[in-house]
Design a protein around this ligand. Structure first.
Ligand SMILES: Cc1ncc(COP(=O)(O)O)c(C=O)c1O
Length: 458
């Protein structure tokens, strides 16, 4: 049975009858009808109507090498024929997760030499929390179990992920989160910087909120701080330069572990393999997924720092944790081929030296001056555009998120896939984008902004 035998409306009907989607108001979706994406190539996706859309989101922050890569399909096919599956439990392993672990240790920050696999970012964060709490138990400090996180953080959608994250709507639906997780203000200068406050001072103030939370809880009770180097799903919130070095100092001062969630920023997005390297910070765990396989297979890798690994190995006995698909041989084969592409094509250097700086300049020059844009910002190949009614006062359009939705809908209708987080437009395109692709994206974005402004002001 192939989908080509079904019309768009048949697929939409079946979708509405049987398919519950992630992060979706199903009544709305069923009224509007699903957009069905049927194929993709390079930087473009195509829907069932044949519309070509420039994918400004790399799928969901993951297709870093772009679509249509034969090498990845071939790596999966060859591995499936040779050994489609075997587990990594009970003293067994298969070759590809072993080789991938070595490869990850080579590209990761120097204190990261061990890896624990899962299939998603959410699973990897679950592993991270279990590991960090277990670490302190093994170190004889079981009371050290509080984790400090931030409002607007996104750490996944399992109960652990949602509890670690700082999304109010998600917490409300949990009706009982994982205990001992506290949230503080995020380093979101656009909305939280005080009049006259410099970015530098704002970054230090946001870091101080973490310190205050540690002191309030009692450092002897705090296991870790968790953060995305750049808050992605919360709206590409980029911390001022003063923030992360200060967070590192605070964690060291109080002996609090530093957990970085690089599910979005890992594998080249910020112009280094990992954002930890861009920011010069040393973490105890780094959560990675998504671009590890460029989304061609589901795979996550929790990178575990030497401090935790040494305790786990030497004092830990059996760690009662793992997934059927931990170290899945096909996913790991695809990851190895994907890392080869990133390396061979110099995609990280391209982002760092060429397309990253070019995107920043292009957004500033072509998009930043638009009357409904309050700010543009970017780091590497991830960016944000703040939609406002009034450029001077930064007041938003009435109806929270209305500006964002208007721009998003016009963008998609004009061949540009962008996402709206409230009134913030976000982008995170494949790393294969060139200067020409960036120019094309900016043109389409400006057109969407013009059309949205017309609607929003009428
Ligand atoms: C920073 C971060 N952590 C964790 C996750 C969860 O990953 P997954 O959806 O693969 O469970 C995401 C997903 O977007 C993410 O952006």
């Amino acid at each position: 049975m192939t989908y080509q035998n079904f019309s768009l409306s048949q697929l939409q009907e079946i979708d509405a009858a049987h398919h519950l989607h992630p992060f979706t108001d199903h009544k709305d979706l069923r009224a509007a009808g699903t957009r069905i994406i049927t194929r993709a190539d390079g930087p473009f996706v195509y829907d069932s109507e044949g519309n070509q859309i420039l994918d400004g989101m790399a799928g969901l922050w993951c297709v870093n090498v772009g679509y249509g890569r034969n090498e990845l399909a071939e790596a999966a096919y060859a591995q499936m024929k040779e050994l489609p599956y075997y587990n990594s439990f009970f003293r067994c392993s298969t070759p590809t997760p072993v080789l991938l672990a070595k490869r990850l240790a080579e590209i990761a920050p120097s204190n990261m030499n061990q890896v624990f696999y899962g299939s998603s970012g959410s699973e990897a964060n679950d592993t991270a929390l279990r590991l960090v709490r277990h670490y302190w138990v093994l170190e004889g400090k079981p009371q050290k179990n509080i984790v400090i996180s931030r409002n607007w953080a996104y750490h996944g959608s399992t109960i652990t992920g949602a509890s670690l994250g700082g999304m109010g709507g998600m917490h409300a639906q949990l009706n009982g989160a994982v205990p001992n997780i506290r949230h503080v203000m995020p380093p979101y200068a656009f909305e939280l910087k005080l009049p006259g406050e410099s970015d530098h001072d704002f970054g230090l103030r946001a870091a101080k909120a973490v310190e205050d939370a540690i002191v309030e809880a009692g450092p002897e009770n705090v296991a870790a701080f968790i953060g995305e180097p750049v808050m992605g799903a919360g709206g590409v919130k980029i911390a001022p330069e003063s923030y992360w070095p200060q967070i590192q100092k605070i964690c060291r001062k109080y002996d609090v572990l530093l957990m970085l969630d690089e599910v979005i920023t890992g594998y080249g997005r910020t112009g280094e393999w990992f954002a930890a390297q861009s920011m010069g910070i040393e973490a105890d765990t780094i959560t990675t997924a998504k671009a590890l396989t460029s989304g061609y297979q589901p795979l996550s890798a929790l990178l575990v720092g030497d401090r935790i690994a040494a305790t786990l190995v030497e004092k830990g006995g059996e760690f009662y944790h793992g997934y059927t698909y931990s170290g899945h041989p096909v996913a790991c084969a695809v990851a190895l081929a994907n890392l080869d592409i990133i390396e061979k094509e110099g995609l990280i250097e391209r982002v760092r030296d060429d397309t990253g700086p070019y995107l920043r300049k292009a957004l500033a020059e072509k998009v930043g001056s638009h009357p409904i844009v309050g700010e543009v910002r970017s780091i590497g190949l991830m960016g944000a555009i703040e939609i406002v009614k009034d450029k001077e006062t930064r007041a938003r359009f009435e109806g929270e998120g209305r500006g964002g939705v208007a721009v998003r809908d016009h963008a998609i209708a004009n061949g540009m896939m962008l996402r709206a987080v409230g009134d913030t437009m976000i982008m995170s395109p494949p790393l294969i984008w060139t200067r020409e692709t960036i120019d094309m994206a900016c043109e389409r974005i400006v057109k969407a902004l013009d059309l949205a402004e017309r609607d929003l002001r009428s």
